[in-house]
Design a protein around this ligand. Structure first.
Ligand SMILES: Nc1ncnc2c1ncn2[C@@H]1O[C@H](COP(=O)(O)OP(=O)(O)O)[C@@H](O)[C@H]1O
Ligand SMILES: [Mg+2]
Length: 222
């Protein structure tokens, strides 16, 4: 930023085993989104290696990365990121349209997924005709459409009331139980009860849970 170098992440060395539910906790600005975008191949590191499913993401060109993302990752964002002009069904089917699959197969699979997230009766609704919780459930269905190995969620409950947030968290926990690898970044402490692994971030560095807790207890500087 101008003359200042921001180290969004600094010396982060982590391993996320398959079939785990990892929760990355950190206050605003600690580097959570940066970490998730790097793992998801949405962003590139200035230095270091990122290996997902034995493949070096940091060495891939844009096309390879786009293909890898589509085949391997499912993304869920705080602000849902649904396409406003498309129905719920079309939104779920959308990431599949580049995969060389017929429209009827795409629709069939999207319907199954919308049913799984409890929204079969909302298939034809546009995002503006759905509540926040329903929109995020559509986003969960969309994240699953290409059978991803890894599900990455950036503050998925951040824009939801607590009941809808719990529903979405429970869905992510169920996906983990069904064998998927799930990584959620959040500053919502309630998320950690679903976690098999926890990572704590402060100022772009990974810290221990005790260091994290004691930092949280520091009063704000006057
Ligand atoms: N495009 C950018 N240019 C400069 N600094 C950025 C940019 N994006 C994020 N940052 C900085 O990087 C740090 C980490 O940001 P981010 O990963 O978004 O944190 P979090 O998701 O935990 O709130 C913050 O200090 C933020 O101000
Ligand atoms: Mg963020």
């Amino acid at each position: 930023m101008g003359g200042t170098t921001v180290r969004a992440l600094d010396g982060v060395d982590i391993e996320i085993p398959e079939h785990t539910f990892t929760v990355v906790m950190g206050p605003s600005g600690s580097g959570k989104s940066s970490l998730l975008y790097l793992l998801g191949g949405l962003d590139r590191p200035t230095a270091g290696e990122i290996i997902v499913n034995s493949q070096r993401l940091d060495l891939m060109d844009e096309n390879a990365l786009a293909l890898f993302r589509r085949k391997t990752m499912g993304f869920i964002f705080q602000s849902f990121n649904l396409v406003s002009s498309m129905s719920a069904l079309e939104n779920v089917a959308f990431p599949m349209q580049f995969a060389g699959i017929t429209a009827s197969q795409r629709n069939e699979k999207s319907k199954v997924l919308l049913t799984q997230v409890g929204l079969a009766d909302r298939s034809d609704h546009k995002p503006s005709e759905l509540s926040g919780g329903q929109q995020q459930r559509v986003a969960v269905a969309r994240a699953l459409i290409n059978d991803p190995l890894l599900i990455l969620a950036d503050e998925p409950t951040g824009n939801l009331d607590s009941q809808s947030g719990t529903t979405v968290m429970q869905m992510l926990a169920d996906l983990h139980k069904a064998g998927r690898t799930v990584l959620v970044v959040t500053h919502d402490a309630r998320m950690t009860r679903f976690a098999t692994h926890k990572i704590f971030l402060l100022d772009g560095r990974v810290v221990s849970e005790s260091e994290y807790q004691s930092a949280a207890l520091q009063p704000l500087q006057p």
